[in-house]
Design a protein around this ligand. Sequence first.
Ligand code: 4AD
Length: 420
Amino acid sequence: MGFVPIVDVLSGKHKRAKVRGWVHRKRESKTIIFVVLRDQSGLVQCAIKEGSPAWEEAKKLTVESSVEISGEVHKDKRAPGGCEIGVDKLTIVGLAERFPISRDVSEEFLRDVRHLWVRSRKLTQIFRVRSEILHAIHDFYHERGYFEIQSPSFTKSACEGGTTLFEVKYYDRKAYLSQSWQLYAEVMLPALQKIYTIAPSFRAERSRTTRHLSEYWHHEMETAWMDFDGLLRFQEDFILHLTRHVLKHCKTELKELGRDTSDMKSLKKPFIRMKYAEAIKKLGHRWGHDITDKDERKLVADAGKPVFLTHFPRDMKAFYMEPDPQDPKTVLACDLLLPGIGETTGGSCRIVKKEDLEKSMKMYKLDPKDYDWYMDLRRYGSFPHAGFGLGIERLVMWLTGTKHIMDTIPFPRTMTRLTP
Ligand code: 4AD
């Protein structure tokens, strides 16, 4: 018989089982040693009795040692998962040195030893959900006939404004790390019309918040002929699809993470649509006032469901956004705010006419030379189009109920953290 995942042992499929994994906990008395063994699928208690051929090896075991174990499986209500393996064979594969992580260490220390902390049950569950979300994103687009397209990470020009650009040396020239796939996506549309990507984006964020990273995974989509209403409705379907997928496929993970899923289960479209003008009224701000992270969380908490903030003042947003023909001091842009997180997606209709784009670039003090290839899209058969970007980590935060963005990505990069 070959090795089986722990989850299969717990499901009562086997009378005898051979498993391998890492020692999660160890407890011993004079006559019995209990080892809780861990693999990605779960935890199982293994009991080694004095006199068993495995006894001497079991005595040597330390937390996080890797082992292979075989024995009889029997039901035991006291054991986690309701099953126990009565071990008769145990092989130590890698005996661990004293593991540096114990119960009372600080959050900061856990981030210093991230390469070891990734084994924790909490992070394991979060990464399992994260993987499931990425899988569901690909499914969603595949079902709708979209193509996956990549863009370069080294770029010459900004997409989302100069303040968060990372400058890098590119041979003997200056280049920037990409903030977004969008401008390249736009020029791909006459070829493919419906495209998406999942890729790293880089932002030199100066602020230390619980929802900003310097390098994050960015899902973006761009669609030819899509209008503003279509863009909002598309995002509703997308978020609903992902929420339902996670509810269906990540039951155990969400339970272990203690995520109360009632809001996910009752999620319905349409989400609330709120213009910037209405939002600032609610918040008691004046026109032109920034809507902060805290403001966003308040707006969405008051609404009790996701909110699309729309029609922002033009100078608060990016140069490529189409002004609203009904109210040209605002743009056809939307940020989707999720409960507890705030902004999770940002999207817009893009400027169609070359002259309008040139005017906008002037307004934003951008050098048209840096965007010459982008302008060509307006020179050769321009058309209405729209798209949005979503921070994968923010979505993972919401779906898993994680408080800090750093816990939703294996190796977070922030202003102060470059290792491990
Ligand atoms: O709103 P943003 O800046 O929009 C764009 O980049 C557009 N070009 C997207 C598009 O229309 N194709 O970023 C989109 C999303 C945000 O809503 C947020 O979820 C996430 O990216 N994001 C970050 N996530 C983590 N850390 C950061 N520093 C982030 N900056 C943006």
